[in-house]
Design a protein around this ligand. Structure first.
Ligand code: SF4
Ligand code: SF4
Length: 193
């Protein structure tokens, strides 16, 4: 009998719908994904172990791991995998499922907050407004953690960023924000189970 947990990630076993079928059965734990991952040393569960959890259907551990929020989505793991396992896609799908279920690791609050605020910023402006992003993000973290010094962390970088024209006091907006909205709407509709 086919062992479902070791086959294609079965969507009915997932807390929420995975955006696309992800093959994890082929993983034979060679570790090349972890060896190439630039942030593996900060993860509580290494990328190859996350794939293993997905193989075994250990969703609770996978969705509560800090590793999925350390992942920067660089795709190195998927590119290096000799078995064409989309490890980066697994990470991405687990992040989405973790958020949808309110299972994101609490100590990763700032990473989750940054990603939400970043996307909201793009949705609203059609392109990134750096000052709005920084202000909103810092305020959110300070209100959540009470760490007031965080407000001023990295403030010394502002002049350098300004000199390189990376901080725009008057934010630009995309001309056709309808296109951006349609992209967000399409992504949302494709995520629905
Ligand atoms: S590189 Fe591919 S086969 Fe090797 S451990 Fe990572 S996911 Fe599995
Ligand atoms: S996509 Fe994520 S897990 Fe894969 S190598 Fe990059 S940071 Fe590591």
């Amino acid at each position: 009998m086919e062992n479902q947990a070791l086959g294609q990630v079965p969507s009915e076993h997932l807390p929420v719908h995975f955006p696309s079928p992800i093959q994890v059965a082929n993983c034979y734990q060679c570790g090349k994904c972890t060896a190439g991952c630039p942030v593996a040393m900060h993860m509580d569960v290494a990328p190859n172990q996350v794939v293993r959890l997905a193989q075994l259907g250990e969703w609770e551990k996978a969705l509560r791991s800090r590793a999925i929020w350390e992942c920067v989505g660089c795709q190195t793991c998927s590119t290096r995998c000799p078995k064409e396992v989309d490890c980066a896609g697994v990470m991405d799908a687990l992040r989405e499922a973790s958020l949808a279920r309110g299972m994101a690791a609490p100590e990763r609050f700032s990473v989750v907050a940054f990603q939400k605020i970043f996307l909201e910023n793009i949705r609203r402006n059609g392109r990134l407004n750096e000052l709005e992003l920084i202000g909103h993000f810092k305020l959110d973290v300070v209100l959540h953690t009470g760490r007031i010094p965080f407000l001023f962390k990295d403030a010394g970088l502002a002049p350098q960023l300004g000199k390189r024209k990376k901080l725009h006091l008057i934010p630009g907006k995309a001309r056709d924000r309808g296109v951006v909205n349609r992209i967000f709407e399409r992504c949302a509709s494709e995520r629905k189970p």
